[in-house]
Design a protein. Structure first.
Length: 104
């Protein structure tokens, strides 16, 4: 995972800290894209649809499944697959999801 390049001052205001957190999350997502596999997205879509998820909720579930699988693969020392996707190939989304900065 990428490490923060600039140290964050402990006295930074909440807005600055939240912004930095969002940037670090997006950087980690970007780094993990190499380990994302199309079959994970397809399986997550099927499971999400079976659970009644739609639109942004379905997209969030697919993204979460891909991130979880990518983290597990990278942590296990797996090499990135040769075929990669950074999002569900069936997604019609043309802009980043509104939830992409949420941290749980």
């Amino acid at each position: 995972m990428p490490e923060p390049v600039l140290a964050l001052d402990s006295g930074a205001d909440l807005r600055t800290r939240l912004y930095r957190l969002a940037v670090e999350i997006r950087d980690a997502q970007w780094a993990l894209r190499l380990w994302m596999r199309p079959e994970v997205a397809s399986e997550a879509r099927l499971m999400g649809e079976a659970a009644g998820l739609k639109d942004d909720d379905l997209a969030a579930a697919i993204e979460a499944a891909q991130l979880r699988a990518a983290i597990a693969a990278k942590s296990a020392g797996a090499s990135p697959p040769t075929s990669r996707v950074t999002r569900d190939p069936q997604s019609r989304r043309t802009s980043p999801p509104s939830w992409h900065f949420n941290a749980a």
